[in-house]
Design a protein around this ligand. Structure first.
Ligand code: ADP
Length: 313
């Protein structure tokens, strides 16, 4: 659906995008992740035909965006980081305007009503855009991106500046869009792409440094998996059972004692899930597991590690 070949964008002597290639299949929800200044917006702007690359090629559904921009762009709905909205129009007026601008040939009223219902802005459709909350403005931006039923939706930092409730709502909306569209979303937030995307591309200093399923990202980097487990039983004995499990690399006793339960942080080798053998071994001794959780920040660690090792190259 999207084919990016050896993309380069230079500003003066600076490479904002430095030989980036990837392809995205129909139906994927891809997160484009990187720290600020990594080259996300520049790449998005080239994908949408808004900027031309210094070198390289972008094919949208087989169409070269530089050679046939109008045809290629018909397949794309774009939500820039700051959505361009005419704030003196009502929501409905604005969507009609976008419909005309995109020269849509779908049944206008039916299509706009579908769009309004998908992004859930029915209750504000007659309000002036300038009076809407930031979350609703973002929905209107997304509505304008999906007018004309493009196959691909590209969203640049779609939740920046929203409050936690609005973030949840916009992420849910992106998941819904992902059922019927190919979606690329850029973000500097790991938990965002992890929550929504099926695949993660990590960009740093203009280069792709990882391209993985979120679940593979941990394993492929040799990162250990950490779980926190609370077990009811004698501390020393539980420790030695945990320590004997295959794949376990390190155990840290948290020092937390609740009744007769102790909490341990258990690290295991990349890709090894110790939960089942741990359950069986502890059950055999009649030491019940009172709590179990994956520790947070694992992917966050990977992200920082990746960026660090890229800097040292
Ligand atoms: P991101 O979206 O990941 O934060 P950008 O694509 O905006 O990153 O920027 C990538 C790099 O290119 C940064 O170093 C930025 O300063 C530089 N850059 C972006 N736009 C311009 C421009 N118009 N002129 C000069 N440098 C730019």
């Amino acid at each position: 659906m999207i084919e990016v070949q050896n993309l380069i964008k230079k500003y003066g002597d600076t490479y904002a995008v430095d030989d980036v290639s990837f392809s995205i299949k129909q139906g994927e929800i891809v997160g484009f992740l990187g720290p600020n200044g990594a080259g996300k917006t520049t790449t998005m702007n080239i994908l949408t035909g808004y900027l031309s690359p210094t070198m390289g090629k972008v094919l949208i559904d087989g169409i070269d965006i530089m050679e046939k921009p109008i045809e290629a762009k018909r397949n794309i709905g774009f939500l820039p980081e700051t959505p361009p909205l005419y704030t003196d129009m009502t929501v409905y007026e604005f969507l009609c305007f976008v419909y005309e601008l995109k020269c849509c040939d779908l049944n206008k009223e039916k299509h706009l009503n579908e769009v309004i219902s998908t992004v859930k802005i029915n209750d504000v459709k007659d309000r002036l855009i300038r009076n809407l909350s930031k979350g609703y403005k973002q929905r209107v931006g997304i509505a304008s991106a999906i007018i004309g039923n493009p196959k691909i939706i590209i969203l640049d930092e779609p939740t920046v500046g929203l409050d936690p409730q609005q973030i949840i709502e916009i992420r849910n909306l992106i998941r819904i869009l992902g059922k019927s569209h190919t979606v690329i979303l850029s973000s500097h937030l790991l938990n965002e792409v992890q929550a929504v995307c099926t695949r993660i591309l990590i960009i740093n200093q203009g280069r792709i440094i990882a391209d993985e399923k979120a679940s593979n990202l941990l394993g492929s980097l040799g990162q250990s998996t950490k779980i926190k487990v609370k077990v009811s039983g004698p501390q020393k004995e539980v420790y030695s059972i945990l320590n004997s499990l295959p794949g376990v690399t390190k155990i840290t006793e948290s020092g937390i004692k609740e009744g007769d339960s102790f909490t341990f942080l258990v690290e295991s080798k990349n890709g090894i899930d110790i939960r089942k053998p741990m359950f069986n071994a502890l059950a055999k001794k009649n030491f019940p597991i009172m709590g179990l959780e994956n520790t947070e920040g694992e992917l966050e660690d990977v992200f920082v590690k990746l960026i660090d090792s890229d800097k040292r190259r």
